[in-house]
Design a protein around this ligand. Structure first.
Ligand SMILES: NC(=O)c1ccc[n+]([C@@H]2O[C@H](COP(=O)([O-])OP(=O)(O)OC[C@H]3O[C@@H](n4cnc5c(N)ncnc54)[C@H](O)[C@@H]3O)[C@@H](O)[C@H]2O)c1
Ligand SMILES: [Zn+2]
Ligand SMILES: [Zn+2]
Length: 365
């Protein structure tokens, strides 16, 4: 048996997304069927619709979601019908090199449902990040479901499934930010704001937010920025001087780049203290290149890292951050700029491009 549900599909490069009926199979071995309650609109969905990820159209968009497991395949033991879950795009496989050396947060696998969701005419859909949650129901690998406290609001909880985890994890896990450190975050959209919130959570006492948009800097203060720099009219030296001014002349211990551009990466590289850490969480496009004097890479020491999904381990990090959210110590709900219906995604893309929102979240009845 299969079910027909409403879902949002990108059929062709750059074309507006469409709300259509899709066919979702019953869960087979290792799979779970999830009734989606909320799903955030992430920049990566727009990248998919614009052909910036790959050409495997049609895409079933949406990947920042929370919902309730409706049914599981015959051999599934980790989750059960009725569980409230966040969907993750890092289902740990347990058998790759990273898993075997005890570092499942770097699991190399992409562990997704094996059966395909389809359009009514039988065309196979490519779910965004193996999830596809702008849909009333979606089919995922059971390991993509991370069980959390059902008391958490779905529209906030789902955001941990991508951007908020990526940003907070870039600070906490990848950057290893510690109490008393100085942190600069370049680019204060949803991901950068989450990096700021993460840095505050672990006790950074100087958090410098850098953006070209004053409104984003106001928002950054709400998430914990202690200082802000509007870099719109500044060149590389100007940004670096501004960061040094705020850090006793040294530069920040950790600089997080959450834009994904060579010029902001250079700001991060020179804006950190000697032996400091740069974390690249912004996603560059494949054409971008970086030029740096090799002697500076050598001479300045420290660590140059990039962060995928905040180096998170969903089973460890999602329940922990939900706990802290419910205790009022991690402002997950503040990332929800607006709640929208499933046929409003094109408008949400536009607001995102104009910098009007941190996150629009689709809420399903
Ligand atoms: N690494 C991961 O796992 C992961 C996960 C999700 C998203 N991302 C990436 O993180 C990046 C940020 O995502 P987002 O959702 O916050 O996007 P966003 O569009 O909401 O935010 C980007 C911010 O950068 C600012 N900005 C643009 N150019 C700038 C410049 N030259 N200097 C300073 N600030 C500048 C914008 O004003 C905006 O506030 C994207 O590249 C996204 O693809 C990475
Ligand atoms: Zn693995
Ligand atoms: Zn995303």
């Amino acid at each position: 048996m299969s079910q027909q549900v409403k879902a949002v599909v990108a059929r062709a490069k750059g074309a507006p997304v469409e709300l259509v009926t899709i066919v979702v199979p019953d869960p087979g071995p290792g799979e779970a069927l999830v009734r989606v309650q909320a799903c955030g609109v992430c920049h990566t969905d727009l990248h998919y619709r614009n052909g910036g990820i790959n050409d495997e159209f049609p895409f079933l968009l949406g990947h920042e979601a929370a919902g309730v497991v409706e049914a599981v395949g015959p051999d599934v033991t980790g989750v059960a019908a009725g569980d409230f879950v966040i969907l993750n795009w890092r289902a740990v496989c347990g058998t790759c090199r990273a898993c075997l050396r005890g570092e499942p947060q770097y699991c190399f696998s992409t562990f997704n449902a094996t059966q395909k969701m389809r359009l009514e005419d039988g065309t196979e859909l490519s779910p965004a990040l193996g999830i596809g949650a702008f849909a009333e129901k979606t089919l995922v690998a059971a390991g993509q479901c991370t069980k959390i406290d059902p008391a958490a609001a779905p529209e906030a909880a789902g955001l941990l499934g991508c951007g908020v985890m990526a940003g907070a994890g870039a600070a906490i896990n990848t950057g290893g930010v510690q109490r008393g450190q100085s942190v600069a975050v370049i680019g204060c959209g949803g991901v950068g704001a989450a990096a700021i919130a993460g840095a505050r959570l672990v006790g950074a006492n100087r958090i410098i937010a850098i953006d070209i948009d004053d409104h984003k800097l106001d928002v950054a203060r709400e998430f914990g920025a202690t200082h802000t720099i509007n870099s719109k009219a500044l060149d590389l030296d100007g940004v670096v001087a501004a960061i040094r001014d705020l850090t006793g002349g040294f530069g920040a211990d950790v600089v997080i780049e959450a834009v994904g551009r060579p010029e902001t990466y250079q700001q991060a590289f020179y804006g950190r203290d000697l032996a400091g850490t740069v974390v690249l969480v912004g996603v560059p496009n494949p054409q971008m290149t970086l030029e740096l004097p090799l002697i500076d890479v050598f001479g300045r020491g420290g660590a140059l890292k990039s962060s995928w999904y905040g180096d998170c381990l969903p089973s460890r990090d999602f329940p922990m951050l939900i706990d802290l959210f419910q205790q009022g110590r991690f402002p997950l709900d503040k990332f929800v700029s607006e709640q929208i219906s499933i046929d409003d995604i094109e408008a949400a893309f536009e607001k995102m491009e104009h910098g009007e929102v941190l996150r629009s979240v689709v809420v399903l009845p």
